[in-house]
Each structure stands twice: as structure tokens, then as C-alpha cells.
Design a protein. Sequence first.
Length: 532
Amino acid sequence: MKRILVAVVALLASLSLLAQNYELTPDRKLRYAAAIIDTYYVDSVDTDHMVEEAIKAMLKTLDPHSLYTPPKETKELTEPLEGNFSGIGIQFNMMQDTLYVIETISGGPSERVGIRAGDRIISANDTVIAGVKMKNTDIMKRLRGPKGTVVTVSVLRRGEPEPIEFRITRDDIPIYSVDAAYMADKTTGYVRISRFAKDTPKELADALARLKKQGMKHILLDVQDNGGGYMNAAIEMANNFLHHNDLIVYTDSPRMEPYYYHAQGDGKYISPRVVVLVNQYSASASEILAGAIQDNDRGLVVGRRTFGKGLVQRPFPFPDGSMIRLTIARYHTPSGRCIQKPYEDGDTESYGKDMLNRYNSGEFSSADSIQFADSLKYATLRNGRVVYGGGGIMPDRFVAIDTTFYSKYYRDLVAKGVLNQFGIDYVDRHRDELNKQYRNESEFVQRFVVTDEMMQSLIDRGEKGGVKFDEEQYATSREYMRVLVKALIARDLYDISTYYRVANQLNPIYTQALQLINNPDECDSLLHGTAR
């Protein structure tokens, strides 16, 4: 004990001497604190963990979007934005604790060896993954892996008496960010974008080119629920719709000069009417695209006020694969708006409750509940329309959230996975019959009907799954669920794009945007600020 006290006194004396001879700067103070803990703490210290926690604590005192991620989280964060990973190339869902293949990636490793939609993978490299309630993340760990490595899977296939074994060589698998691209009507192309990744500009260009060949004259760009991604992707995508030298976005910071991003030449689609679909979860790069379209009076924004993220993060990677994403600037839409919603440094709790506060204030139901100060008023660049900054992009046409279909019975069917499992099981039992009856997805969308018998089967499945039938609540949600069941069957029979072709009719933002884009007089009055 005496020896420890002597050591502590000696350390304090040395620190006192250092403080007298050197300025005790924050970085030195941190090093001193780490040295004290490492040398004298009563138990062994995980220094790596301690440093990571210290970095997280420092960043928490800043804005809500500066963060540190360890190597594993960094990979999970950047992988979807980089556009590919290495794996076996399937989309799957879990049905009764069994991995059910919804779709094989075209040209991917699984398709090449003969895996089919509807197959059930029961084991991977001798590890049983069926019937053991394994998490999706744990399953993906067994199916993903370095390019060129081999995974052996055992598959149950309808009509085959015994499991089939496949040896699959993992390969790079593309991650697509354009979820859907189809003709919403004879002249209107619809494109849904889920994120702004490295390859998204090319995906968008390809989708628009395909739709143009199908007769597209006007464009719906759907970024609902799109949390953003790379700013440069949004800039390149906005370029498609703007004239040469139109301002897209600019960034500024006290530590650097403002930087302005302009359209490089006339875009390929500067004449079609354009409507951007947004909601409260459209953020960051989505807001850059919507703001550029709106502020240049190039098109209209329909939906609900967007998230309000106007801060620019720069990644600072560490050699071990971890990363700091630090806010380095604010971005402004062409009219000068900073659409970052208010926050206080270090107060992430209040920031995280913003959506709940918006809901409770009635904002999702009525545009009148949203009040903007005159100091946040700006004007669009060509027509001088009034737009507002300070917390998201306010749409030109507000669309209230639709809750008329909602019931506790519907909620419980979704929460317990009954609706999703019903769609999977229906396709599994009727795949061959459906493929013979409908030559393509367009025929399916036009002709397939969810019958009353199918709805009764859904009710029965719900009862077995612990969802008690309620006739009144079922009547409230029945027609909505009927469309959703068709959409889920379409997804499992074809792909996610077909799902949206069916499900979008349930989305009032989509239906109002489609009506608006087909009314040139109304579009023109909104663009010139004369609509009443």
C-alpha cells in the first residue's frame, strides 16, 4: 500500500512539473488521462475499447450526424453505397424458420448453379440454418464471404423427394438503388430510388433511357423514405433535368470557402414535366435533388415536409477499418436555403424525437400545422416563388398521411408476419400455375385478383398465428390488405419493381403526383406561384 501511495505521489508530482513547463493542451490532457488509467487502474484495461468510447463521447458533444463506427459497422454502412458485396446472389425471406429464396440475382453465382426462386436452403457448409430461429444477420454471415470462396448449400425443392446439394462460388453481387422503373401510364415514367450510392446516377440514366423507349414524356422521381447517401450522386442525377450552369447546391463552412456545384451542360431530360415524390423520411441527398428541382423551377415536389438534414459529412477512415464521419460544412439549395432542422450540440435525444413531435403536432395530416418564420423565406430562381428553409423541403403540393385503412387487426397481421408469409406461401404453392396463366408481369398486374377465398385463407392463417379475427376492423382494412397481398405475391413471383407497380395505388403521394403531372395547367400554376 505504501508503495502505491509513493507511486501516485510521484505521478502527481511529475504531472505538476509538466503543467508548469508545458501548456496543458486538450490533447496532452487526454494522453495524461489515458496513461493514468493504463498504469494505475485496479483491473486490466481494454485500451482499444476505451479509446473508441472516448472518440464516441467527443463526437456526441457535436452535431447529431458526426459519428464514429468500428470496423464491422463501417463495412455495413459503406457496403450498400459502394454498390456491391461478395456472396451467393439471392434475395431471401424467412418462412417458418426456413430460408426461402425469393429471387436469384440475374447472372449471379446461385443462378449459375441452378438455384431457383422457391427453393428452401436448409444448411450452409454443414451448419443447419432451418428450424433454429437464426437471425438474418447470422445467416448472411454464412452466405456472404470473400470472392472466389465456396459455400455448399443443401436445398429443399418442391416436387423433389430429397434435398439437393449445390456448391456455389461466391462472387461480387451488385446492390441496386433503383428499386422500380416502369410506365405509370402511357406517357409517365416512374422511377423509385432507395439510396444515393456510387452507381445510382448510372442506374437512373439506364432506367430513364428504357422508359423513354417505352414512350415516356414526363417523369415521377420517387425518393420517399430515401435517407440519402453520396452528395455527388445527387448532383450528377440532378444534372439530368437542368440547364447548363444551373446551380444545384453549394456548401459553406467557417473553415473553407463556399463551393458551388453547377449543371455541366444541358441535361438529357430538360423538357419533360418532372415531379419529385418525398415524405418525412426523405433526407440529405434526397433533399439536394428535390431542392435543386424546386429552386430552379424545373419541376414540382409532392408529399410531406422532408427530414431536414443539411449537414455535409466527410469520412476519415482509420487503418483498422474504423471511421469517423465528421460534419465539415452545411449545404444550401440554389435559392440559399439551409434546410437543416434545428439542433443543440450534444442533444441527440431531442433531435431523435423530432418525427414524433411532428406527428403529435398534426403536421402529417395538415400543412396548416407547419409554421415558418419570415426570416426563413426565400424565392425560387426563375419564377420567384416563395420557399422556406429551416427544416426540410416543404412540398409544392402537400399530401396528408392516409390512416383510413388502419386497424389494430391489420397491424397485428403485419407485426406477426402473417401477411408476408401468406404471400410467400401462396407463390410457393401456385408458382407454376401463375407462370402459365400470366405471360409477364404486366398481365399479372392487370388481371390477377385476390379473391374472397384467398382473404379467408389469410384470416385463417392469422388465427393460427395468434391474431384474433375482428370483423369490424377487418372491414376497415380489407381492401387495403387485398391490394397489399397482390403486391406481395407480385414481389415473390417477379421482383420488387412489380411490387411497387401494385402497391403504389395505396400511396396517396403517388396517386396525387400522377394526377398532377397529367394536368399541365395545374403544374404551370404551381410553378408560377399562382395556384390557389
